[in-house]
Ligand binder design. Structure first.
Ligand code: ACO
Length: 328
């Protein structure tokens, strides 16, 4: 029982759909600009549910899908950049909401690569500590971190969560994962937190801190360059490490940030775009939730067959990136 498999999947998307045209009612943008630059047509936005609410609903669906008892979950990890609170972790709130009394829980912050980081982290912990079942969730209420008057960012993101139950098994599942961080460009994509404020504050530090905005700020072209040079390299690296050819991969599930990024990556790998699963037109960029949402959707549509090799690949703030090779 020393392998780790995906034994259940779930997702939750808030019900409020926001079209590109609806955004052009209050910012200077258009359906034409957003669709051609990003591939996004709609996104779903929370009307009050916070990240833990969204995450808990996805989690309950994954638990039902896996058919395990909630009390048999030993570990919960939530990947998010939009936690309910700095303290406690969103994972603790999810644990309470779903009644997973026997788990220990924490959040992990790796932005849009978060799901790949928690997949690897959970696998290592499960094997080391012999934890039979873990629940990992990518969940975001990105809408609360957006500056809704900044057209360069607010059109790109959506809210939602995807959850996966991982179980120890004799069968092969999560074959390999590579995680990387290239931190020299960390300032290209940020969501600020609280500034340092206390009776002993140094005036110079005060100036440095005041530049930290609370809202998401992004140098889009830098992220674009990073993503289009990273995805193909990571895929090649994991294939080479595991002695597998690209032809033996059924699907590549990329982080859904921009359809153009995915198309350029397919071209660089010299493969048909059909090998990539793309649903960004519907959800926008849901950050850490985008990959598990895609996995659930593919499973629901019957696209994933037992024994298929799939690759998930992501990139995000940090700048983080990661890739996993999975046998379904
Ligand atoms: N509507 C209309 N015009 C717009 C909009 C908008 N929503 N946003 C920007 N523009 C304008 C700009 O002001 C600019 O006008 P100007 O030429 O008069 O100055 C023009 O459109 C071009 O802007 P660019 O930023 O050069 O547009 P670009 O083609 O680079 O596309 C985009 C921008 C879509 C953000 C692209 O750079 C991108 O996708 N980058 C990657 C972003 C990404 O993946 N982020 C998520 C990372 S994952 C994570 O960790 C969260």
């Amino acid at each position: 029982m020393k392998e780790v498999i995906i034994s259940g999947v779930g997702k939750y998307i808030p019900s409020k759909v926001v079209t590109n045209d609806m955004l052009s009612d209050f910012i200077d943008t258009s359906d034409e600009w957003i669709s051609t630059r990003t591939g996004i047509k709609t996104r779903y936005i929370t009307t009050g549910e916070d990240t833990s609410d969204i995450a808990s609903k996805a989690a309950l669906q994954a638990i039902e899908n896996s058919k395990i008892n909630v009390l048999d979950i030993g570990l919960i990890i939530v990947a998010t950049s939009t936690p309910d609170t700095f303290m406690p972790s969103t994972a603790c709130i999810v644990q309470k909401n779903i009644g997973a009394k026997n788990a220990y829980s924490f959040d992990l912050s790796a932005a849009c690569s978060g799901f790949i980081y928690i997949l690897d982290t959970a696998k290592c912990i499960m094997k080391e500590k012999n934890i039979k079942n873990a629940l990992i969730i990518g969940a975001e209420a990105m809408s609360k971190a957006l500056n809704w008057s900044d057209r360069t960012t607010c059109v790109l993101f959506g809210d939602g969560a995807g959850a996966v139950v991982l179980s120890l098994s004799k069968e092969e599942g999560i074959i390999d994962t590579i995680c990387k961080t290239k931190s020299d460009k960390w300032e290209c994509l940020t969501i600020g937190a609280k500034e340092v404020k206390n009776p002993y504050i140094d005036e110079n530090e005060k100036i440095k801190n005041s530049s930290k905005g609370y809202y998401l700020e992004m140098e889009g072209s830098e992220i674009f360059k990073f993503a289009t040079s990273t995805i193909n390299k990571l895929i090649k690296e994991i294939l080479q490490n595991n002695n597998i050819d690209l032809e033996d991969i059924r699907y590549i599930i990329p982080h859904q940030a921009n359809e153009r990024i995915i198309k350029i990556s397919a071209k660089k790998l010299n493969i048909d775009i059909e090998k990539f699963f793309i649903n960004i037109s519907n959800y926008g960029n849901t950050s850490a939730a985008s990959i598990p949402i895609a996995i659930q959707e593919m499973d629901q549509k019957g696209l994933l067959k037992k024994g298929d090799n799939i690759i998930i690949v992501g990139f995000g703030a940090g700048l983080t990136s990661g890739v996993s090779l999975i046998k379904w």
